[in-house]
Each structure stands twice: as C-alpha cells, then as structure tokens.
Design a protein around this ligand. Sequence first.
Ligand code: CA
Ligand code: CA
Length: 444
Amino acid sequence: MSSDSGSSMVSSSSITSSYSTPSASCVAEDKSGYTSQEDGSEFIVLCNQGFQELHLAGSPIQLMNNNLEACTEQCAAAGTACAGVTFGFFGGEQQQCYLYTRMLASEAPAYPIVAAVRTSNFEGALGRRRILRNGGFDGALSPWTSGQTASGSEFTIKNNAANVVMLLTTRAANNGAAVVDSVTLEQQISDPADANVGYYTSLDITVTSDRPVECQINVRSVSSGESFFGLFVRNTVGPRTVYGSGTTQLPDVSTILMNVDCNGTRDVEVQLDNLGFWSFEPDNSGSGCDTSLLTNGNFDSSLSPWIPAQGGTSTSATWSVSDGQVIVRWAANTGINDAPATLTQSIDMPGSDTPYRITADLVFTIASGSCSVGFGTEIETLYFNGQTAQSGRVPITYDGISEIQARQFVISITCYSPTGGINSVGIDSIELVMNPGADCPASG
Ligand SMILES: [Ca+2]
Ligand SMILES: [Ca+2]
C-alpha cells in the first residue's frame, strides 16, 4: 500500500487451476486480482479472511467445474447483486461455492478459505469512482473531522496515518474495571451516492496495547444509517487490511463516519490508514432489467425504511435485524387470536391487472404450534403461505396479477404456540417485481 490513490487496486491476473484447492497455494494468490472472462468485472482474491454469512438466495451453488474461477464467474454473471464469493471445504468434505449480497468482514474461520471480493462492475476500473477524499491521511486530517474520546484524546496524523491513543489506564485505575472509550472520524461526500449503487471499500487497521483489549471498528453512513463494515478486534492486530463490498440499500450516502470503540484496562493505540471507498453503477446482467419495488429487502444492516407494528392490543412480537435478515420472535404461549405483526413500507404499485413476482427467503423456527407469513398491499393479498408447523428455510417464488393500484407494501406474520416455546420467523431477500421477465433495453 504505497499511496492513497488506488491503494488496494491490483493488476489483473488469471487464477490458476491450482486454486481449486485453496490451502498452501493460497498464500501466493492472496490479494491478486481477477478479471471475469464473462463480463470484465474485477475481483480481489483474499486468503483466510472471514466474512459474515450474507449469502445470495440459492447458495451454495452447484458448479460444473468445482474451482474458485468457476465460482467467481457465477458471481460476475449475477451482476452487481453479487458482491463476491467464498470457496472452500468450510471444514466439510465437499468444496462449496457461496455467493454474497454483501462482503462484510468478520473474524477468520479456523479452516482455510478463499474469497473473491467484487471491486467493480462490468466496466472495470473505468466505471469505478472514488467517493472519499484523503483516505490515506497524507500529512493532514482534513477534510476529516475528529470527535474526542471520553478521556479527551482524538485522532491526529502520525506517519501519514490517522492515529489515536485512548487513555484507558488512568480511567480504569479509578475503579479497577475495564472502561470504554470511543472516537470518530467523519467526512462529508461532495457527490452523494444513492441507493442501489455498488461499492467496494478497504481499510488498514493497527491496534496496539500491552494487555488484551476489545475494539469495534465501524464504517457507516450517518446520513443514510447504513453500515458498510464492522470489525471486532480482540487483541493487538495489524497492520491488517480488511475489505468490504456490496450494494447500497438506502439513499443519501452523503457522510462517511468511522468510529472506534475500545474496551480494556490499559491504553490502546489505534491507527487507521488507506481507507478507500469506491462506488460503481449497478448492472443487472444476472436479472434482466427486473427491478424490485421494495427498498432494503435484504435486511443486511438495518430495518429502515420498513416500519414494524402490531395490530390490535397484542404486544407478543419483537423484531431484530441479525445475520442479514429480519427476525420476528413471538412470546411463549402466544394465543391463536393474537393480532399479526407487520412490516410496512411505501411503494408505488402500478395500476390494474399488472403481473408481479414475489421472491423471498423465509426461515421458520417453530417450538410448538405454527406461524404464517403473508405479503400484500394495503388493499389486496399478494401471497400467503398458510400455516407452517415445521422449522426450516422456505424459499418463495410466487407469480400473480395485481388488480389495484396501491401505496403500501405489508408483510404480515402470525404465530401461536399452544404448548409454550418461542416461535420465530426470519425474512430475507424479499423482492417485488412488476411485469417480471419483460423485454428490457440492451445493457452493457
Ligand atoms: Ca497513509
Ligand atoms: Ca440479507
């Protein structure tokens, strides 16, 4: 990483067949580039880095030739909806290929694994736009603004990197227990990114302390509320480069905020450098030009703009977003007459007699009784799955015809558990497409 400009961009090379067994050979290939023969999309290959399990529906996928190259080509063919892949044995007997909606760094698994993270759309480097300034912290913090920690420290420039020493020792000595400190760096983006824009990001992280420490490092947009990457560091680390990619779920990415929260009993020094954040236009080579009317149907980092509610007087259901899905949990011994829980967002559903397709992943966890899920507008039911009494994942693809123009999309969930136990329903990857499969203008 020599300079800020294109710090993590790498020259392209082809992945050799030895790559089909990503173990020892992976070291030489680490951080090499790969350009899709299918459409020119670029990827960076990473060895033994962990990613949260934010898989595209249908993963793991079956391959004719079971190797990383074939796996990565499947991702390219899916368009920018695919943010990257992981490939390997995952501790099992068979090699598997997983496609991702987002590549979000987490701790590395115990087994060898190889990943390819998308760094562009089909246009390659030409279609990629750098949307942050001075991510290399060369000589000055500006245009970043720094927020102070509780102990009064803030980021300064050291060795052309953003550096902060959190003074935990003194504060911890007062009561002997570990204390938390938090510091931020924020920047306004001159040309804000919108929803459904592809992005690729990387950051060099160094954490130094003479005792165990726990630090959480996040990169997110304050304006849109979307998180682009979060990493939990348990000990001294680095410099380590972490990577992320995906497609923005929410509009108005006009600020980027990094925050570092550390928890410990001794001073900890955190250094950040080479924060790159690139955006690129989405392409739809894998999905024709079918575009979902729904915003944030992936639930990969937040609930917004969905609005949760329960009808009637029931308060049996609670909501959370975790593992890249929204999960609705029902209290034990919920009666059959409890009102449904709903998730609602505004849409602009066109007029009469329009064909539609709904796709979604449902994950039922049934302790007793059953749960049901329905999708509809404020006027008509678009899909209803009936009562489900078995735990498991249920992928939905449903075609219908909408009769009436509408302004709201509503997910309704009911559960009852006559003999106790907590039932829950997870929902992910929900899309509502009008006129599915219709001819669309030639792209790319
Ligand atoms: Ca630097
Ligand atoms: Ca998801």
